[in-house]
Design a protein around this ligand. Sequence first.
Ligand SMILES: *Cc1c(COP(=O)(O)O)cnc(C)c1O
Length: 355
Amino acid sequence: MRHQKLFTPGPTEVREEILQTLSTPQIYHRSKEFSELYAEIQPKLQQLFYTKNPVFIFPSSATGAMEAAVINGVRKKCLNLVNGAFSNRWYEITQMNGIDSDALNVEWGKAIKPEMVKEMLDKGEHDAVTLVFNETSTGMMNPLKEIAEVIREYDDVLLFVDAVSALGGVKIEVDKLGIDMCLAGVQKCMALPSGIAVASISERLLERANEVRRGFYFNIPRLYKYHLKNQTMVTPPIPHIFALNAQLDYILKEEGLEKRFARHEKMAKIVQNWARKYFDIFPEKGYESKTVTCIKNTRGISIAGLNEELAKYYLKISNGYGKLKEKTFRIAHMGDMEVHDVEGLLALIEDILNL
Ligand SMILES: *Cc1c(COP(=O)(O)O)cnc(C)c1O
């Protein structure tokens, strides 16, 4: 079957050049060669995260890194900020690990406001907060900077940010914002094959993890021990690490971060304007995502039907997530996609729907 071009919010299209790096012959993960590769990648990841902190490579999808954050980083009680499917997942992960936590539930599509966080933290019960920056399920971006500012006023409270569908598409200055763990999958804005996750780990989180001592596979102090040797604790997905290295060069050197962010911004504007013209945008005004637009199905079209039509042109968009299925649909504008790709897709949808 011919490949369908993905306008889905993960995985995203991977360039041919990167796909080819996956077939690099395996190298031994305890070799000098591997350590050199790891050491070469590290400063590139730090540049992407705007951090001096170590950045770990997790041999799991992003959800594994979400689990790592809460099992290592909560001593007393966690505050999970919930306004969509992925932030709710983080609450579930916390609960299912038997870690005490409160969910601050906000209606899907509405932003978490800094005052709400302050009110919860003023109770003095929490020592960690989980925040999904870009809620892929609702196409909404939480006000990360403002929320991070509030959290920094509380000495003992660590901040964990899921930047899965934003890192590499939107600037996230980890050190400036004081994020203790910023995590991302690679199959979204970084346009890599799915399978690994990356996360920055602060000194404070390392100290906390040393006290908490929970888990094995995602035990941060153990992972750190290997990180210091430019190795991974377990046999890593080696093909993905070759691909990561090549794509970081592309992102940082060939395209450049500022240009990459500007391209994402431009694509977002185009899709948002289009969505407002023909439909409506699902999330609260002013908090629209810069990487994926969640469109309200105000015309009552069949989203599944639209995708069937698009399939004839070898293209694919996303239906609404979970309970938002058919009520919304999502067009991703992230990764290595270009402005003309997005414009072509929108023109085709206009044609199909006779807009
Ligand atoms: C895709 C996504 C995840 C889950 O990532 P996996 O790599 O599938 O584990 C988590 N959070 C957000 C915001 C996402 O978009």
